[in-house]
Design a protein around this ligand. Structure first.
Ligand SMILES: Cc1ncc(COP(=O)(O)O)c(C=O)c1O
Length: 403
């Protein structure tokens, strides 16, 4: 068995240091469990940051991928293949947006949204309409375009100048949102629930302001559902819960259940403004990725999974609210379905570390928030076990803090 220390030494020589990895190396997964190189089991309440929606080593997904790999993985977008249209029609049925552009990640899906929005106004003759409105606390990825609509100064500043013409507004200020959206705005981008920003749902009044301002000015709304989409919240997409009407939706993470694939969902009016050559990608929507996506989307289409997520989400929320009563360090429980944030009065880092040492994986976002994004197939018993471990960890951390 390869040792963590050996891999760590090799990575230190050869991997670009963009990540501060935690001291654990996973070698195997099974359902909601991950196993490290020492054979220790971990209850995975993060699922690779919302990717392993069906858990790890899911038999149906594994079989489909293996079969596809043995048949045909890739032909390029120069040719037809039988799986892109099926994956697209399933996404259209779930979202109500009829057209899809496939890519390979969340950031790429956002890039396509931004480009398609610009292209729409260029095609329709309003060429000066190039601005974007984005939200404070928003995260949409780290490529130059996606970074330009990502708020965190720490991520942005070393890479400036970014795409010009982006205005950030407070997501909790509907009047400011309405004022920022003008007839010079190409699009407003907003996550229906901010993920990296601390699991913060968009307030209903702000969602209403976006919808109304887009209607009155013609501005396009881009729903960044990379994290909140595909059932995670108990809705196919959370923009549906908020009554939003996007022309563009970015999708990623869970779409391939672990196989890299992203998608930009597009309204007919925007799709009509796009011409061959306007955008493209070598891998996007290849057979292997689409086959994986079809397995994920088939399960979502049945409706039973959404019911399960809603019920499990209510159970988790109830358990977390009870946990909050026992721990003064918890100030708020946020989120929907199986996307939950626990806001603390203290840095969440030590909580995450101690949880991992006790066999539970969660992560920290926005410094003081413990985030849970379990596999969508998680059981209530798994969630109970996770909350019990958090209970112990918070008690231990409280003892440390008061010492
Ligand atoms: C809402 C949102 N948009 C975009 C991205 C970028 O996705 P990726 O890391 O696949 O490029 C993320 C990733 O966390 C995200 O949460």
């Amino acid at each position: 068995m390869t040792r963590l220390d050996d891999i760590r030494a090799l990575e230190a020589q050869h991997i670009v240091p963009t990540y501060a990895r935690q001291p654990v190396m996973f070698v195997r997964g099974d359902g909601v469990y991950l196993y490290d190189s020492e054979g220790r089991a971990y209850l995975d309440m993060l699922s690779g940051i919302g990717v392993a929606a069906r858990g790890h080593a899911d038999p149906d997904l594994t079989r489909a991928i293996a079969e596809q790999a043995a048949t045909l993985m890739h032909v390029s977008n120069l040719y037809f293949h039988p799986l892109q249209a099926e994956a697209a029609s399933r996404l259209a049925a779930l979202s109500g947006l009829p057209r899809v552009f496939f890519c390979n990640s969340g950031a790429e899906a956002v890039e396509a949204c931004l480009k398609f929005a610009r292209r729409y106004w260029h095609t329709t003759g309003e060429r000066e309409r190039t601005g974007f409105v984005a939200l404070e606390g928003g995260f949409s990825g780290r490529t130059m375009g996606a970074l330009s609509v990502t708020h965190n100064e720490h991520y942005r500043e070393p890479f400036e100048p970014l795409v010009p013409g982006v205005t950030f507004v407070n997501p909790r200020d509907p009047a400011a949102i309405a004022a920022a959206i003008t007839d010079r705005t190409a699009a407003i981008i907003a996550e229906p629930i901010q993920g990296e920003g601390g699991v913060r749902p968009l307030p209903q009044a702000s969602a209403d302001a976006i919808r109304d301002a887009c209607r009155s000015t013609g501005t396009l709304y881009i729903a960044d559902e990379v994290q909140s989409g595909l059932g995670r919240t108990g809705y196919p997409f959370y923009f549906q819960a908020l009554g939003l009407e996007p022309d563009l939706v970015s999708v990623g993470k869970a779409l391939g259940g672990g196989v890299p694939i992203g998608a930009t969902l597009v309204s007919e009016r925007v799709a009509q403004a796009i011409a061959p050559g306007d955008h493209g990608t070598t891998y996007g929507g290849n057979l292997l990725a689409c086959r994986a996506a079809i397995v994920v989307l088939e399960q979502l289409a049945s409706g039973r999974l959404l019911e399960h997520i809603r019920a499990a989400g209510v159970h988790l929320e109830r358990r977390l609210r009870t946990l909050a009563l026992a721990h003064p360090a918890i100030v708020e429980i946020r989120g929907a379905g199986l996307m939950r944030g626990i806001e603390l009065t203290i840095d969440a880092g030590p909580v995450v570390d101690l949880a991992r040492e006790r066999g539970l994986l969660v992560n920290r976002t926005d410094r003081t928030v413990v985030r849970m994004l379990p596999p969508l197939t998680v059981t209530e018993a798994d969630l109970d076990r996770a909350v019990d471990i958090l209970d112990e960890v918070l008690a231990a951390v409280a003892v440390e803090v008061t010492r």
